[in-house]
Design a protein around this ligand. Structure first.
Ligand SMILES: [Zn+2]
Length: 255
């Protein structure tokens, strides 16, 4: 099996406190950040990493997202995962695999549309997301998980298929994972998920602020930095506003 193409998808914009992006920095300062997902084309089907925001919130914000609706800044139907697939002329039934970096609400919004895909989830994430600790429970919206009856439960680093793997980057959540892809160009790309929100998290070895376990989040951040620097892996962070224009293109191909 080979990887043929890869895209990063802009799935809408939310407002968060700066201290959530950089631990203990900028309390009370609001930042508007993108929410993204990654799509990989292989000769055996498509692999989707995260599914963005739930576009049911366009017409019914509170009904879809509860209290999280207050964070929405810019969301329309075109940000949804189905619209993205359609714009790339991809049938949703051709998405063979779905893996979420973790099961927070802004990474699982389109999961319910992908019930035909094989879902890969870390054992620790699955356990935790079904009964999260109180202090982080509001970030998990169980009705969005779209869990199939038999998800593929993985533990730690996992090779999905040749050129496509999941790396355990726990800390943000107990079973957080990142995606590593060997591109047709021979280079590799690493989708950090929320192990790094911003390029600055990695450049400054400064983790995001809302980790379930800060020591683990810090170790995972250093591991990502190592992969970037040693293996010359292209780092793709998912929530960095410096990388997107609000009114610009919503799909970017990674080569
Ligand atoms: Zn996130």
């Amino acid at each position: 099996m080979t990887v043929e193409r890869m895209w990063i998808l802009n799935c809408g914009w939310i407002g968060v406190e700066n201290s959530l992006l950089m631990y203990r920095e900028g309390f009370g300062q609001r930042q508007v950040i993108p929410v993204t997902a990654n799509l990989v084309q292989t000769d055996e089907g498509y692999f989707l990493f995260d599914s963005g925001l739930n576009v049911a919130a366009v017409t019914d914000p509170e009904g879809a997202l509860g209290a999280k609706a207050a964070t929405l800044v810019d969301l329309d139907e075109g940000h949804g995962i189905l619209a993205h697939l359609e714009s790339l002329h991809i049938d949703v039934g051709d998405v063979r695999w779905l893996a979420n970096s973790h099961l927070h609400w802004d990474h699982t919004g389109g999961n319910s549309h992908l019930t035909g895909a094989q879902m890969l989830v870390q054992r620790e994430e699955l356990r935790f997301a079904l009964e999260p600790d109180a202090f982080v429970s509001a970030i998990f919206l169980r009705q969005q998980y779209g869990l199939p009856e038999a998800p593929t439960v993985v533990e730690g680093d996992y090779v999905v298929t040749d050129g496509l793997g999941l790396i355990n980057t726990r800390g943000h959540t107990p079973g957080h994972q990142s995606l590593i892809v060997r591109l047709p160009s021979g280079r590799s790309a690493l989708c950090a998920g929320d192990a790094a929100y911003l390029q600055a998290n990695v450049d400054q070895a400064w983790p995001p602020g809302n980790a379930w376990s800060m020591p683990d989040a810090y170790r995972s951040l250093r591991r990502i930095a190592f992969l970037r620097d040693f293996a010359r892996t292209e780092l793709l962070v998912g929530h960095d506003p410096a990388l997107w224009e609000r009114t610009g293109p919503r799909v970017r191909e990674i080569r």
